[in-house]
Write a protein that binds this ligand. Structure first.
Ligand code: SAM
Length: 257
């Protein structure tokens, strides 16, 4: 079984991954953006002091969407290649291929500014992993294709999801997308990356005990993408319970006896 530390995330093939997934707007992206826009429209512009994109990789559209509501967005990513791409996009302006993504985001959320570069202005790129998160730091946390795409170990998947939930303050919101039933996968002709096949019931088992207001939607498999062995995408929203203690806090230690 391959765990998170067994893969070389610094070797993540940014160019091949972008070419396969984000050089054009795919039906699945349209579905995710529609779903997430409704979430961000429910937050007044600028009303979220700090949000997180966990395992941001080179995907800019979650950051664009958050730009409508957040005053600061932390894009946390361990891979040097991913961090380098993100920093270049912020410094030099997004690649033209992101234009249709931004046009769609803005058509669905009028709170977004005219330019994509402006929407991305609150983004701060941070190199690190989920282990670097400080509980309770964010008003909203999002992650896209991370927990199920970075380990084959159910225990490690669960721990990463728990860390993700605890990254928001009690009452804060979480928003996530998962590949459904994806076995380990390849990008281009590169190595095999670790993954854990999850379905809706697996997500409910992990998130229901740790959240309130859990909702899971499903998007059908996108046949315009390479064959990753998935059966579609699962979209999750929930809140951290208002009274939830942070791990390691007095309250948490007390409740564990
Ligand atoms: C399949 S990619 C998804 C990238 C991007 N979020 C997207 O929507 O396309 C998985 C990402 O998780 C990152 N990652 C791997 N281990 C991680 C960890 N322990 N904590 C946070 N991110 C991690 C990888 O570097 C990679 O960028």
């Amino acid at each position: 079984m391959r765990r998170n530390r067994d893969a070389d995330w610094n070797a993540w093939p940014v160019a091949d991954y972008l070419a396969e997934n984000y050089r054009e707007l795919h039906p699945i992206d349209i579905g995710v953006i529609r779903h997430h826009s409704a979430v961000y429209r429910s937050h007044a512009p600028g009303s979220l002091a700090r949000t997180l994109e966990l395992g941001a990789g080179p995907n800019l559209y979650p950051l664009m969407l958050a730009g409508a509501a957040a005053r600061r967005i932390d894009a946390l990513e361990p891979s040097t290649a991913g961090v380098r791409y993100l920093r270049r996009q912020l410094a030099q302006g997004p690649d033209d291929s992101w234009g249709p993504f931004y046009a769609l985001c803005r058509s669905l959320d009028p709170a977004l500014p005219a330019s994509c570069a402006e929407a991305l202005r609150p983004v701060r790129v941070v190199q690190g992993t989920a282990d670097d998160l400080v509980p309770g730091s964010y008003d909203l946390a999002s992650m896209h294709f991370v927990a199920e795409s970075v380990t084959e170990d159910l225990g490690e998947f669960t721990a990463l999801c728990e860390t993700f939930v605890h990254a928001v303050r009690p009452g804060g919101r979480i928003l996530a997308a998962f590949m459904e039933r994806m076995p380990s996968y390849r990008i281009g002709a590169g190595p095999v990356w670790p993954a854990l096949p999850v379905d809706e019931s697996a997500l409910r088992a992990v998130f229901a005990p740790r959240t309130t207001g859990l909702r899971i939607a499903r998007l059908a498999k996108d046949r315009t993408l390479p064959e990753y062995g998935d059966s579609g995408i699962l979209l999750l929203t929930a809140e951290r319970p208002p009274t939830s203690p942070s791990p390691g806090s007095q309250e948490s230690r007390g409740s564990q006896g």
